[in-house]
Design a protein around this ligand. Structure first.
Ligand code: NAD
Length: 363
């Protein structure tokens, strides 16, 4: 199969959809891999790194998309990429179509077979192509939270681990899922006192089994949240209710009772945020003050760590890319219900009913 990887052109996107290891895999299996020049540079991968593994480098997006049976990307195509759409093309990428009516229409009009990373779903409900980004965001949350606590960043001046004879920071994590447990692991590693709250008691049991003595687990309810948050130096919000906006677990009134210079990192800001007053920010200007606290609300946290994010994402996507390349999209989806859940558009029709409901289109 002819597989192409274009350079990502969305603002501030430095990831790329394949690594040299992925190229080697596909080329060894007899596929033809084309990469747009410079596609890997944002993640520290040169054209030569790809060429060494057998990729063909092309100078333009036209050549890259034009060569392909299947295009593998990171982000959803932006308007200036729609011109590359055509019948017979398979597209595998994050698509977020429920929020992208124009992209959805363009894919349908052109008859593209589009498979969305974010809706590929394992039998237990896990989202294997979103999990790596939650891992990156969770680990980063503890690091940026610790940094923001420093005085020059507007924080209280509490060093997270403290030093002998002083208190470490109290880090409170709301939501012990993929992002939350990764934030927890780094906070523990930094020497913080850590509390995790979740409504899922089975999840808290797992955390307790691994971290008993190092992490306090609490059932998440309004009283426990209030007690934990008013004692916290750093609060990390990492809740998710699938298919819904994040619940507002921390009110402005509660923030007003927090320690001066405390920090709140809202990982869930991409789902509306779990703190009242959260609004999406960027890596250029990531924080703002609310009462006497500092909010960090970057909506694309993994964008700050493209080298790690590219490797983590492609580790997760490559088994599906291999299957699509080796079997063709039809047989790949027929033999893998998880991948089939990703099919979003085909032959002019919308095939994902949740996107259909969101956009008012029959799927
Ligand atoms: P997840 O499903 O693995 O975990 C969510 C957890 O929240 C679950 O354990 C669930 O039981 C818990 N929860 C639900 N309601 C709760 C409540 N009222 N109190 C306490 N816990 C509650 O999800 P995840 O993959 O860890 O993602 C978490 C959030 O991070 C999502 O909103 C996701 O979109 C977001 N995210 C943001 C970025 C970013 O760059 N900002 C990157 C990746 C993921």
């Amino acid at each position: 199969m002819k597989i192409s990887i274009p350079r990502e052109i969305k603002n501030n996107e430095f990831r790329v959809a394949i690594t040299p290891a992925g190229v080697r895999d596909l080329v060894t299996a007899g596929h033809h891999v084309t990469i747009e020049t410079g596609a890997g540079l944002g993640s520290g991968i040169t054209d030569a790194d790809y060429q060494q593994e057998g990729a063909h480098i092309v100078a333009s997006a036209e050549e890259c998309w034009g060569h392909a049976d299947m295009v593998v990307k990171v982000k959803e195509p932006i308007a200036e990429e729609y011109r590359h759409f055509r019948e017979g093309l398979t597209l595998f990428a994050y698509l977020h179509l429920a929020a992208e009516p124009e992209l959805t229409q363009a894919l349908m009009d052109a008859g593209v077979t589009a498979i969305a990373y974010e809706t590929v779903q394992l039998p237990g409900g896990g989202l294997p192509l979103l999990a790596p980004m939650s891992e990156v965001a969770g680990r980063l949350a503890a690091i940026v939270g610790a940094h923001t606590l420093l005085r020059p960043q507007g924080g209280s001046g509490q060093l997270v681990p403290g030093v002998p004879g002083t208190h470490p920071a109290h880090v409170v994590i709301l939501g012990g899922g993929v992002a939350g447990t990764n934030a927890m692991a780094v906070a523990v590693g930094l020497g913080a006192r850590v509390t995790v709250l979740d409504t899922n008691i089975a999840r808290l049991r797992e955390i307790d089994a691994l971290y008993a003595g190092r992490v306090t687990t609490l059932a998440s309810n309004s009283l426990e949240i209030e007690r934990a948050v008013t004692d916290a130096d750093l609060v990390i919000g990492s809740v998710l209710i699938p298919g819904a906006k994040a619940p507002k677990l921390v009110s402005l009134d509660l923030v007003s009772k927090m320690k001066p210079g405390s920090v709140l990192v809202d990982i869930a800001v991409d789902q509306g945020g779990c703190f009242e007053g959260s609004k999406p920010t960027t890596h250029d200007d990531p924080t703002f003050a609310v009462h006497n606290s500092v909010y960090y609300c970057v909506a694309n946290m993994p964008g700050a760590a493209p080298a790690t994010s590219t490797s983590a994402l492609t580790n997760a996507t490559m088994p599906y890319v291999r299957s699509l390349a080796n079997k063709g999209w039809k047989d790949a989806l027929k033999t893998d219900a998880s991948l089939a859940a990703g099919l979003s558009t085909h032959a002019g029709a919308l095939t994902n009913q949740f996107v259909g409901t969101a956009l008012g289109i029959t799927a």
